[in-house]
Design a protein around this ligand. Structure first.
Ligand SMILES: [Zn+2]
Length: 262
C-alpha cells in the first residue's frame, strides 16, 4: 500500500472546516466515549498536510513536525475523561504541539465502529466476511462485527492473511476447529468480549491485544482466538481517514507508522 497520498489541487484547507468534516464523517457527537473526540489541541488555522497515526505520543508528534504536518489525526488521543492537570507528560506533549502549531484531532470509538471507514469494518473486509452483524459491546457501545467467513476458510489461512496484510505477529489460541465459518472481530483491546464470542458460537474470534485471562476460557470453550496486535488492528481506520481527506480536500496526507509491538 502506498502510505503517502499525493493528490493535486488546493494547497491548504481551513482547520475548522477540516475538523467539522471529520466530526461529521465519523458522527462524533452521536457516540458516547471516554476519549474526548475531536480537536484536542489547537494549532495552525490552515492545514497543508495531515499526519495520521494510531497513538498520540512524542514520537508521532516529532514525525508529524518533521514532515511539516499542520494536523495530526490519531485513534488514541491525549485527553480521556476530561483533562485535570497540564503537568508532566501531558505538559511536555501539549507544549510541543503548541510550539509546533500542530493540531491534534482524535477519534477513538467512532473510528472503531464506523460502518465503512472503521477499524472493524476494514478487518471484516480484509478477512472477506459476509452478512455482517454488530458484535462486541465495549462500555455500552457496540464496536465490532461478526460475519460469515469465505467458504473453505481455515484458521491457518485466516491467521496467515492477518500476518501478511497487517504485518502483524499474531498470537493464536488454536482451541477450535481448523475449519472456520463464523468470525467475530473487535479491534484493539477486545479480550473482554471473548465471552460474547463463546456465547454466540463464533468459530474464530479476532482481536488486538493478547490476554492471559482468555487462555483457559478459550481452551475450555473450544474456540479459536487470534490476537493480531492492538496497534496493527487499529491502523486501517486512520489510514482510511488519510485517503478520505486527500480525496476530499486535495491536500497531502501521510500515515506515520510507529508500531508498539503490543
Ligand atoms: Zn485502541
Amino acid at each position: 500500500m502506498n502510505r503517502k497520498n499525493r493528490p493535486s489541487g488546493p494547497k491548504s484547507v481551513d482547520r475548522d472546516r477540516l475538523c467539522e468534516f471529520l466530526s461529521r464523517s465519523l458522527d462524533l457527537a452521536a457516540i458516547n466515549d471516554h476519549s474526548c473526540n475531536g480537536l484536542q489541541v489547537q494549532g495552525a488555522a490552515r492545514v497543508r498536510r495531515v499526519g495520521l497515526a494510531v497513538d498520540a505520543c512524542m514520537e508521532t508528534f516529532r514525525l508529524a513536525a518533521a514532515r511539516s504536518c499542520g494536523m495530526l489525526v490519531v485513534h488514541h488521543g491525549i485527553i480521556w475523561g476530561g483533562l485535570k492537570n497540564i503537568t508532566g507528560r501531558v505538559y511536555t506533549q501539549v507544549r510541543y504541539l503548541i510550539e509546533h502549531d500542530l493540531n491534534l484531532f482524535a477519534a477513538h470509538l467512532p473510528l472503531d465502529l464506523h460502518p465503512t471507514l472503521g477499524n472493524n469494518a476494514q478487518l471484516a473486509r480484509l478477512l472477506g466476511l459476509k452478512a455482517l452483524k454488530p458484535f462486541g459491546v465495549y462500555k455500552g457501545v457496540t464496536i465490532g462485527c461478526e460475519g460469515r467467513a469465505p467458504s473453505g476458510a481455515t484458521r491457518g489461512a485466516l491467521v496467515e492473511r492477518l500476518r501478511r496484510r497487517l504485518d502483524a505477529a499474531c498470537t493464536v489460541l488454536p482451541f477450535g476447529a481448523e475449519a472456520v465459518r463464523r468470525v467475530a472481530v473487535v479491534s484493539g483491546g477486545g479480550a473482554g468480549e471473548l465471552a460474547e464470542a463463546v456465547d454466540k458460537g463464533i468459530d474464530c474470534y479476532v482481536t488486538g491485544e493478547p490476554s492471559h485471562e482468555n487462555y483457559h476460557v478459550a481452551r475450555e470453550a473450544g474456540i479459536n482466538v487470534v490476537y493480531a496486535g492492538h496497534y496493527h488492528t487499529e491502523k486501517a481506520g486512520v489510514q482510511e481517514i488519510g485517503r478520505l481527506i486527500a480525496t476530499t480536500f486535495g491536500i497531502e496526507t501521510e500515515f506515520l507508522d510507529v508500531p508498539t509491538a503490543i
